[in-house]
Design a protein. Structure first.
Length: 360
């Protein structure tokens, strides 16, 4: 038990306190001995016995009782009153008697006159008061600076913990949103395959291979925060090729890329929902005369934009976001807050999704 208590002692803290009093006493007594033309070591020994004990008591009573009890609790008036009372008592009952005892012992066996205690207090009280206030003031300033630093450190730690929790929640939500894309994409792909198998089409094996390639990208390559834009575009081209097999190239599908996407990274699977949405609402009811036009633009100042326009017919009432676009919008809020614009335009004949992102 005793060894455990020794282990818990903060020895570094004790060392700092010893260093403080050592530096203070050496500096004060060096200046005092120089001004009074006295021996430094005699002055140091005298003050260690008759001067610093009251200072040490005054400092630690202020630091560990008055400041925590009143000042840190913002009881400023109470702190002032109690500090004033304590200080007067300390000076009259401890400091001045101890210093007078030192003078008395110094003058034993000498011809020097010894003033009365009241004369000594009257002559030396202001000087002793000033010195003691300076010492307590310096110690108090160090204490308050340490309290402020620890408070800032705690606040920063709390802020870091909150940010860490927020990032974890954000990551969890992103994973959940991306997990919704996978089954949605898989359902659409398998639905296409199912349609062809019902027709006993010879294109079914080709679709299986393309679905396998797309699934490999969606399930494995996209488990990173950023991916090359060229890979995203290749994935979209693969998805379009898959859809072309289903529609026998009877529809007008154009994909155009402007700028150099090779140096650009982007969050994965941001383009796919826009293209899937276009096929779902643009061609299912318009096979033979429908169209999908996709324009991807990468500017030199790291701005990325994509416009996806698909045909509609009079019976198609597709308006608003829908589940896929709502999912996309939430992912953009998490990954590109205040750096994107997703706009939807529609009329009786066409539906346009436009996404602009400031990547850096």
């Amino acid at each position: 038990m005793f060894l455990k208590k020794l282990y818990r002692i903060n020895y570094s803290r004790i060392a700092y306190h010893i260093l403080f009093w050592t530096v203070l006493s050496v500096f004060y007594d060096y200046v005092s001995s120089f001004l009074n033309h006295q021996s430094f070591f005699e002055t140091l020994l005298h003050d260690l016995l008759f001067f610093f004990p009251s200072d040490i008591f005054g400092v630690y009573f202020t630091l560990y009782f008055l400041i925590p009890r009143f000042l840190l609790k913002k009881k400023y008036i109470s702190f002032t009153i109690y500090f004033f009372i304590f200080f007067i008592i300390l000076m009259l009952a401890f400091t001045m008697p101890l210093q007078y005892l030192g003078i008395y012992l110094d003058r034993i066996g000498t011809n020097k006159n010894l003033p009365s205690f009241f004369e000594y207090v009257k002559r030396s009280f202001i000087i002793a008061l000033t010195v003691k206030l300076m010492i307590i003031g310096v110690a108090t300033a160090i204490k308050l600076a340490k309290v402020w630093f620890n408070s800032q450190k705690r606040q920063q730690n709390l802020l870091n913990e909150k940010l860490e929790i927020k990032l974890q929640l954000k990551e969890s939500e992103l994973k959940y949103l991306k997990s919704q894309i996978n089954p949605h994409f898989l359902f659409n792909a398998l639905n296409n395959l199912y349609s062809l198998t019902l027709e006993k089409s010879d294109k079914a094996p080709e679709i299986v291979l393309k679905i396998s390639s797309l699934l490999d990208y969606v399930l494995y390559e996209c488990n990173v925060p950023q991916i090359e834009l060229t890979k995203e575009i290749e994935n979209i081209i693969g998805y379009i090729d898959l859809q072309k097999i289903r529609y026998d190239d009877k529809v007008d599908i154009i994909i155009d890329t402007e700028g150099d996407p090779s140096e650009i990274n982007i969050a994965p699977l941001l383009i796919l929902p826009l293209v899937e949405n276009a096929f779902k609402h643009g061609l299912d009811k318009n096979v033979g005369n429908g169209f999908i036009h996709i324009n991807i633009n990468v500017s030199d100042d790291s701005k990325f934009s994509i416009n996806v326009t698909n045909s509609l017919n009079g019976e198609n009432n597709h308006t608003g976001d829908g589940i896929g676009l709502s999912n996309l919008r939430r992912r953009l809020d998490l990954q590109y807050p205040d750096k994107y614009k997703l706009s939807i335009l529609s009329d009786d004949y066409s539906f346009t999704s436009k996404l602009c992102i400031d990547l850096y």
